[in-house]
Write a protein that binds this ligand. Structure first.
Ligand SMILES: [Zn+2]
Ligand SMILES: [Zn+2]
Ligand SMILES: [Zn+2]
Length: 130
C-alpha cells in the first residue's frame, strides 16, 4: 500500500480552556470534558466521524484522513484513495479499491493482465508477428 502522507491529519484530544468552543460538526457549543482538535477546528468526540463508515474517529486512532472534502478513517481512506502499486503492464497506478491480478511479484489491472495473456497466446501461435 502506498499512502500519500499529506492526507493524514493528527487529532488531539484536549480539555477545553477559557471560552467555550463551537463544534465544527454540529455548530453547538462543546460542553464535554474533552473535545477533539483537528484541521484547526474543534469537534465533539461524537461529531468527528468518518464520512464512509460513521465510526468515531477519536476512538479508532489519532489520525484522520482528508481528501476531496471528505473526512475518513484510515481504512476507508486506503480503500478509496490508496494504491496497490503500479501495473506491471501499463505502469499506471492501481487504486486500492480496484480488483487486480497478481503474478509473482507483479500486479496488473485485470484488463492489462488479460491483454498480456492474449499477447502471449499470440506469440505462441504466431511468433512471426512479434
Ligand atoms: Zn458537535
Ligand atoms: Zn471509516
Ligand atoms: Zn495496467
Amino acid at each position: 500500500m502506498v499512502l500519500d502522507k499529506e492526507d493524514g491529519v493528527p487529532m488531539l484530544s484536549v480539555q477545553p480552556k477559557g471560552k467555550q468552543k463551537g463544534c465544527a460538526g454540529c455548530n453547538r457549543k462543546i460542553k464535554d470534558r474533552y473535545l477533539l482538535k483537528a484541521l484547526d477546528k474543534y469537534w465533539h468526540e461524537d461529531c468527528l466521524k468518518c464520512a464512509c463508515c460513521d465510526c468515531r474517529l477519536g476512538e479508532v486512532g489519532s489520525t484522520l484522513y482528508t481528501k476531496a472534502n471528505l473526512i475518513l478513517c484510515r481504512r476507508d481512506y486506503l480503500r478509496l484513495f490508496g494504491t496497490t502499486g503500479n501495473c506491471a503492464a501499463c505502469s499506471k497506478l492501481i487504486p486500492a479499491f480496484e480488483m487486480v491480478m497478481r503474478a509473482r511479484d507483479n500486479v496488473y489491472h485485470l484488463d492489462c493482465f488479460a491483454c498480456q495473456l492474449c499477447n502471449q497466446r499470440w506469440m505462441l501461435y504466431f511468433p512471426e508477428l512479434h
